[in-house]
Design a protein around this ligand. Structure first.
Ligand code: LLP
Length: 428
């Protein structure tokens, strides 16, 4: 994590800014993202693709990973398009300045209303997941008087070897068109008015940390492209989806060169316009969640450190047993002798645990820690469970930083709620 450094005096720095300074100003918990880190990662991905001879690949950032307008603006300015999965994400991406033509619309359940919005805005591509959706999209296109470019999201039945809750490319998963039906569905797409089938899409899962599942899936996709072409169909685009994993723990994660290598091996020579939809890889390592220790308590022979961040802020450990690095922000604290502790949040659930038996230096009340690799699937999955307001967020960009979301006020928690008058009317 080259963007995170420890300064002997200022403590942990993200790019050129001391994280302690942000927490002192905004309080905790607070999300902090590094703009320059995101740009550098996008450039590294492009460089790996170019090196593999795939320089023309279009990158559509998967908005779901982190949909903050400031993050979208950083990526839009760097020329990335967007992959959206709802009318809400489409509106966000457009609001952040991403042209509709540079947006692809994925998702297993696109509503008539959201498809209508997408088509009327002039969406670049719809990734269609079923025969039923094709019929709906055709009706929408005809009503809008438009011709819509679409690709079929197919299910290559490949085990991504990731967490079961984020595996999407197995035949038993709800996603995509079954392998055996792809040819007939493609022909059906071509027969419907308003539709212009231009290729295929796949996405086999997220946080994939070996190239093997990609290798298998890309090989199958190349075979499918050949089969469809042999049947007389035009296949000009192939969307490879997202899924590139990051190393939450040292020594895991997939190398970009290896990923681009398997992509080039199977898909490079086919005259396809290639696309991809990375989310986590671009923004995950660029974000941290800063949190302060509320209390350190001992029960029996276990040591607990209770943070002011909880599962409502970052749900990944509770939901997927995800591992996140946790480091003290102050250099003097970080240098202390280590002992195993359980690091938990204050929410009333045992699952509200960030780390078990983690070797940490002694953390007293108010000690500030950074939960690492929290830039993807962090703030976007937050809730206000236990009436805990949404945390603040800040953006660092080199040596400067600014607030990009103020902390939610407690009164905002109920500001959209109404109590029926009859419940509060006094009798008589
Ligand atoms: N494209 C499609 C169609 C997707 O469904 C996804 C993620 C992506 C692209 C981006 O995948 P990425 O490059 O970020 O792996 N909340 C989970 C991850 C869910 C991913 C859902 N789909 C987590 O916190 O690990």
């Amino acid at each position: 994590r080259p963007h995170l450094t420890m300064d002997a005096e200022k403590g942990l720095m993200l790019e050129g800014v001391a994280l302690a300074e942000i927490a002192a100003d905004l309080g905790s918990p607070v999300w902090v993202y590094g703009a320059d880190t995101i740009r550098t990662r996008l450039a590294a991905l492009r460089a790996a693709l170019t090196k593999a001879g795939l320089g023309g690949t279009d990158i559509h950032y998967a908005v779901k990973a982190n949909d903050h307008l400031a993050i979208l603006a950083v990526l839009a300015a760097a020329g990335a398009g967007a992959d959206v999965v709802s009318g809400g994400e489409l509106a966000r991406a457009r609001h952040a300045g991403i042209p509709a033509a540079h947006i692809v619309y994925s998702g297993v359940g696109k509503s008539f209303r959201d498809l209508t919005l997408a088509v009327s805005e002039g969406i670049g591509q719809v990734n269609v997941e079923s025969r039923e959706e094709l019929a709906m999209l055709s009706a929408v296109a005809v009503a809008a008087g438009r011709q819509v470019d679409l690709v079929l999201r197919v299910n290559p039945d490949v085990d991504a070897k990731t967490h079961a809750k984020i595996t999407t490319g197995l035949a038993e998963n709800k996603f995509g068109i079954a392998w055996a039906e792809v040819e007939s569905v493609y022909a059906y797409a071509g027969s419907l008015p308003g539709l212009n089938p231009v290729g295929l899409a796949m996405h086999i899962g997220s946080q994939i940390v070996s190239t093997e599942p990609f290798d298998t899936a890309f090989a199958r996709m190349a075979g499918m492209v050949a089969r469809l072409r042999a049947a007389g169909h035009t296949i000009s685009r192939l969307d490879c989806g997202g899924g590139i994993g990051i190393s939450y723990e040292a020594g895991t994660g997939v190398s970009l060169d290896d990923y681009a290598g398997v992509m080039a091996k199977h898909l490079g020579g086919l005259g396809l316009h290639l696309m991809m939809e990375p989310g986590r890889w671009l923004v995950g390592p660029a974000g941290v969640l800063l949190s302060s220790v509320i209390i350190a308590k001992k029960t029996g022979n276990r040591d607990f450190v209770v943070l002011d961040a909880a599962m409502n802020d970052l749900v990944r450990p509770a939901m997927y047993d995800a591992w996140h690095g946790i480091v003290p922000v102050a250099a003097a604290v970080a240098a202390g002798p280590q002992a195993p502790v359980d690091i938990v949040g204050p929410v009333c659930e045992t699952g509200d645990t960030f780390a078990k038996d983690r070797l940490m230096p002694a953390l007293g009340p108010d000690a500030l820690v950074a939960i690492l690799d929290a830039g993807a699937y962090g703030a976007v999955m937050s809730s206000t469970y236990n009436a805990r307001p949404f945390a603040a967020a800040a953006l660092v960009d080199g040596d400067r930083w600014t607030t990009i979301t103020p902390r939610q006020q407690v009164t905002e928690l109920w500001s959209r709620e109404t109590v029926p008058a009859w419940l509060t009317e006094t009798a008589g």
